[in-house]
Design a protein around this ligand. Structure first.
Ligand code: GAP
Length: 438
């Protein structure tokens, strides 16, 4: 993990939040490459949901909601809490699986009996900090979907089965944030709620489970590093009748990256009860009125991003760009899928002390920049620059050499095969577009 963390920081993927003040409670900032990669992940998920299915539509609901939402959803009660034991000496709190000998793992102090700690982040709305103005930052995005269920069915004339997808921030006062961006207090979720007839929920659960596993594999996650874990009743989230966690084998062990939940009618029926609004669905054909059941797919953006970084990270002994000095030295290659890699193209003049080459390279860079996330790099030997590109997963490197000046063509180097080909500058945009397509 330390190698991934170091690369992420060194190359502008992820920085510690408020670093100059010593950081802040497990917060991370996404740098120029991180924000591109995160955006790509969200784009792939969103278009996969909205474009590839005729009956999934989108929503962007507010983070701050009426606090009654959280009463109804069960998040304010014991359901959404971690059971922890606190050290009487250093006051740190620990989960059961972190405690070995009934003593504090940090200072050896005596531990309290297990207690529940709610994970909701409390805040105040308006100028007065009192109970009446208390609300919470949402701990999951999907509640915005349930409370809009009636609006969406009415305005979009949806027929069961259909889905509502949403991407957005969620917040949890995690007692024990850890493993870099794996468990943080602020994170993003990509959630899709599939509303179906109660008799069909099991069938849809199986279908969505398969579909979501396929999504991760199609983006390059190695099969041996992915598994689906059936969660037994006593460990399930409070709303789940059935739960399968999709897990990735991180360097620190298996960890959940996505949850597939059969939430039954837990949310719609509870919101109906608490709001007094009937959220049942009326089937025009069968004249049946019922609470649809919900199959949810819920994936964390940062956790998935971390999984993709770990999955793509390779160390090549002796290197591949002839810049290593010994057979023991390693070069890093990040072979991220073309859809999610942050920088698609780099443009390099062969040398930087020939003004005509630099001028041409800058022209090519300006030509490509409107179409692709593109970097211009003229510092160091050509091998060093290939190496820098490989380290962040640049897919195609365009080199401008002396022949370019005569023939108006360039070489394209493919990151994975390292093959180089000459292409006319006038064809470059089309050739790259074609390669970057599905
Ligand atoms: N609406 C269902 C739900 O929120 P969850 O299993 O609690 O289900 C779904 O969360 C996903 O959100 C997780 O699989 C994970 O990827 C991400 N996630 C949850 N808590 C997180 C945290 N503290 N830090 C980063 N990601 C988190």
């Amino acid at each position: 993990m330390s190698k991934i963390i170091s690369l992420a920081k060194r190359r502008g993927f992820i920085f510690q939040s408020s670093e100059i003040y010593g950081g802040f409670g497990s917060g991370y900032d996404f740098g120029p490459l991180g924000v591109e990669m995160k955006g790509n992940l969200k784009q792939v998920w969103w278009s996969g949901m909205i474009k590839n299915h005729e009956n999934i539509i989108g929503l962007d609901a507010a983070i701050l909601m009426n606090p009654k939402v959280w009463q109804a959803s069960g998040h304010l009660t014991a359901g959404f809490a971690d059971t922890l034991r606190e050290c009487k000496k250093c006051h740190k709190r620990f989960k059961k699986d972190e405690i070995k000998k009934d003593r504090c793992p940090e200072c050896g102090g005596e531990l309290t009996k297990p207690r529940k700690f709610n994970l909701m982040m409390r805040t105040f709305v308006g100028p007065v900090q009192e109970e009446a103005s208390t609300t919470y930052l949402r701990p999951e995005t999907c509640q915005g979907i349930y409370v809009n269920f009636g609006n969406i069915v009415r305005t979009m004339r949806c027929k069961i089965p259909f889905g509502i997808a949403q991407i957005g921030k969620a917040f949890r006062n995690e007692i024990n944030p850890k493993n870099f961006i794996f468990r943080t207090r602020e994170f993003e979720q990509m959630e899709m709620q599939w509303f179906c007839h109660p008799k069909e929920a099991n069938k849809w659960f199986e279908l969505w489970k398969k579909e979501r596993i396929k999504w991760h594999l199609n983006l390059g996650i190695k099969k041996e590093n992915l598994r689906a874990k059936e969660i037994p009743a006593k460990e399930r989230a409070h709303y789940a009748k059935r739960q399968v966690d999709i897990e990735y084998r991180f360097p620190f062990g298996w960890g959940e990256i996505e949850g597939i939940h059969n939430r039954g009618d837990w949310d719609l029926s509870n919101h109906s009860k608490h709001s007094g609004k009937d959220l049942r669905y009326f089937d025009e054909g069968s004249k049946e009125k019922y609470f649809p059941h919900v199959v949810e797919t819920s994936v964390g953006v940062e956790r998935t991003l971390l999984a993709f970084l770990c999955n793509a990270y390779q160390e090549i002994k002796g290197g591949r760009t002839r810049t290593t000095k010994s057979a023991k030295e390693v070069e890093i290659l990040l072979n991220l899928d073309k859809k999610i890699t942050p920088v698609k193209v780099a443009v390099l003049p062969l040398v930087r002390n020939k003004p005509e080459l630099v001028k041409k390279a800058k022209e090519v860079y300006q030509l490509l920049k409107p179409y692709f996330v593109c970097q211009y790099d003229e510092v160091g030997s050509i091998g060093r620059r290939y190496r820098r590109g490989d380290e962040i997963g640049v897919l195609y490197t365009i080199t401008i050499d002396f022949e370019t000046l005569k023939e108006n063509d360039v070489t394209i180097r493919d990151r994975d095969t390292m093959k180089q080909e000459r292409v006319k500058i006038k064809d470059l945009v089309e050739v790259l577009k074609e390669r970057l397509e599905d």
